[in-house]
Design a protein around this ligand. Structure first.
Ligand code: ZN
Length: 263
């Protein structure tokens, strides 16, 4: 009798080992599904630093249970080929690469299939920027004007069929933000897909600085690259809204998808 039980236990153990082995062989390792590296600065405009701190906490929390790796650095010299090679997604929370070497590292990374996620001021560029490739990545929009102070605004989902817009309502009120408008509007570029934009019902938008009218894309991709830009990220509270958080998580899944098979 005792031997019989031992025998059963042994076969169960063997079965478990075999199952674990075959599961491992059949698919990629479940951890990490992907690795993301966020760059931010501690020395920029204080509301942009506040946003970066909340963003780091938000994305770090999403790694619970070892789903993916989220690293953050405030050292922009980490923007180099060697460091970037290990990551599937590069996130710019409130800053941009400085100097030729860092700029070239990002360009090389993106031209070789890397993914870029930029927030708010990370896409700021004007006639002094002098980085034509970056303008190309963004879809050609140069900073034109902004609303002030940071206030909530009604957004419209432009492309409900896109994976990033999955299950979103047609409209939602986004948390406080400084809303940038671009010239020309990125929408004029046929390679750009605008996913979310400011509803014209908000106009005139602002109290001190007013955006009176015009097209104001908020979230878009350039289909030549694995990139997404979010004009969100001015101050605290960007992660306090369930709808907007849902949008962030959709974007994270879409950007990181690459070879991943989400089950
Ligand atoms: Zn701002």
């Amino acid at each position: 009798m005792k031997r019989k039980v031992m025998g059963k236990l042994l076969s169960l153990l063997l079965l478990l080992i075999a199952t674990a082995g075959s599961a491992q062989d059949a698919s990629k390792p479940r951890f990490p599904r992907f690795k993301m590296l966020a760059f931010y600065s501690e020395t920029v405009e204080p509301p942009h630093v506040d946003f970066a701190h909340e963003a780091v906490a938000f994305f770090k929390d999403l790694t619970i249970g070892n789903g993916f790796v989220f690293d953050a650095t405030s050292n922009m010299s980490d923007m180099n080929a060697e460091k970037l090679t290990g990551y599937d997604v590069v996130m710019m929370l409130n800053d941009v690469p400085r100097g030729e070497k860092q700029r070239q590292a990002l360009e090389h990374y993106m031209k070789n299939g890397g993914a870029w996620w930029g927030f708010h001021v990370a896409a700021y560029n004007d006639r002094h920027t002098g980085w034509p490739w970056f303008l190309e990545l963004l879809g050609g929009g140069v900073f034109w004007r902004n609303s002030w102070p940071a206030i909530p605004a009604k957004l419209t989902v432009d492309d409900p069929a896109h994976p990033v817009a999955k299950a979103l309502p047609e409209n939602f009120i986004a948390p406080s933000n400084e809303w940038y408008q671009w010239k020309p509007s990125p929408r004029e570029n046929p390679k750009v897909k605008v996913l979310v934009s400011l509803s014209p019902e908000n106009y005139p938008l602002g109290l001190k600085d007013i955006v009176p009218d015009g097209d104001l894309p908020v979230v878009w991709t350039n289909t030549d690259y694995r990139m997404i830009y979010f004009n969100m990220g001015h101050c605290r509270g960007a992660f306090h809204d369930a709808t907007q958080n849902h949008l962030f998580i959709n974007a994270l899944r879409w950007l990181a998808e690459g070879d991943n098979q989400w089950q």
